[in-house]
Design a protein around this ligand. Structure first.
Ligand SMILES: Nc1ncnc2c1ncn2[C@@H]1O[C@H](COP(=O)(O)OP(=O)(O)OP(=O)(O)O)[C@@H](O)[C@H]1O
Ligand SMILES: [Mg+2]
Length: 256
């Protein structure tokens, strides 16, 4: 087993070396052959009002500090199912409109990951595998149908997600990604019952809180904001989701 592992590692290193030599980005060259989820409106219909709202979100994020905007951003919510993943991915796709900017998406929801499913990507290996030390980063990075959008899916579910996310290797990964990419968007689990988003968010420039409109109780959102504050996570703003019956579109309010 040990020998096989060594051989695989060697093969991986060779592959990365060859790709680099050929001037290729060693990020995996497949675009994924699964279907892209229709909730990724920014991918399917750039001209829709919903995509326009994501552009507004991008503008607002940059507007927070035009000189030095937040570039590593965790997306979280108070409770499950509020639209974190959908928000994170639409935002990343919108940021990738700028062809000069390299964007990375990281699925840091190591409990109920879904980035791979929404993007139609493979999830044989990903963040958890990288953090547990068995693979090189270059081998777990994938590309989502755009040359400048790189994705690190969650990988095999680990038994100790919080430990992995709070470890030194995760910290180093974020440093590396923020050096190599213009924006790094991280999907995380909900904050109220799990500490993962606080751990990840505290190592980012800030967090966006997805809030399911007319559903998540106000006090629960307050609790989420308090928890993020306690963990020294900068709340950059909230994104209201599931607005169809009210306003048809998505809305963004800067959080003051
Ligand atoms: N902005 C939105 N407007 C309308 N519906 C949405 C929106 N975002 C997500 N949804 C719906 O809510 C469901 C949950 O979305 P999503 O998977 O993004 O939530 P999540 O917060 O990441 O959930 P989990 O806590 O399970 O990770 C989606 O399948 C979709 O049907
Ligand atoms: Mg999710």
């Amino acid at each position: 087993m040990g020998k096989m592992f060594e051989a695989l590692k060697k093969a991986e290193k060779e592959r990365v070396k060859l790709l680099r030599k050929a001037g290729e980005d060693p990020a995996v060259l497949t675009d994924g052959d699964g279907e892209v989820d229709p909730h990724l409106v920014a991918w399917f219909d750039r001209m829709s009002p919903i995509s326009e709202q994501y552009r507004t979100l991008r503008t607002n994020l940059i507007g927070l500090d035009a000189e030095d905007p937040p570039r590593t951003i965790a997306v979280t919510s108070s409770i499950p199912g509020e639209g974190k993943t959908v928000t994170a991915l639409n935002l990343a796709i919108t940021l990738a409109d700028d062809k000069e900017a390299r964007i990375a998406v990281v699925d840091a929801d190591l409990r109920k990951p879904s980035v791979h499913r929404l993007m139609g990507l493979d999830n044989q290996r990903g963040l958890a595998d990288y953090l547990t030390g068995s693979v090189m980063l270059e081998v777990v990075l994938q590309r989502f149908r755009l040359p400048n959008l790189t994705v690190l899916t969650a990988g095999r579910l680990p038994g100790n997600p919080t430990e992995l996310l709070s470890g030194k290797k995760m910290e180093d990964l974020l440093t590396r990604l923020s050096r190599d990419f213009a924006w790094v968007i991280l999907d995380t689990p909900p904050i109220v019952s799990l500490t993962d988003a606080a751990v990840v968010g505290s190592r980012c420039d800030g967090a966006i809180l997805a809030v399911k409109m007319r559903s998540t109780p106000r006090e629960v959102v307050r609790e989420a904001v308090a928890l993020l504050g306690k963990a020294r996570v900068k709340v950059l703003g909230t994104v209201l989701t599931h607005l169809h019956p009210v306003l048809k579109d998505y809305y963004y309010y800067p959080y003051n």
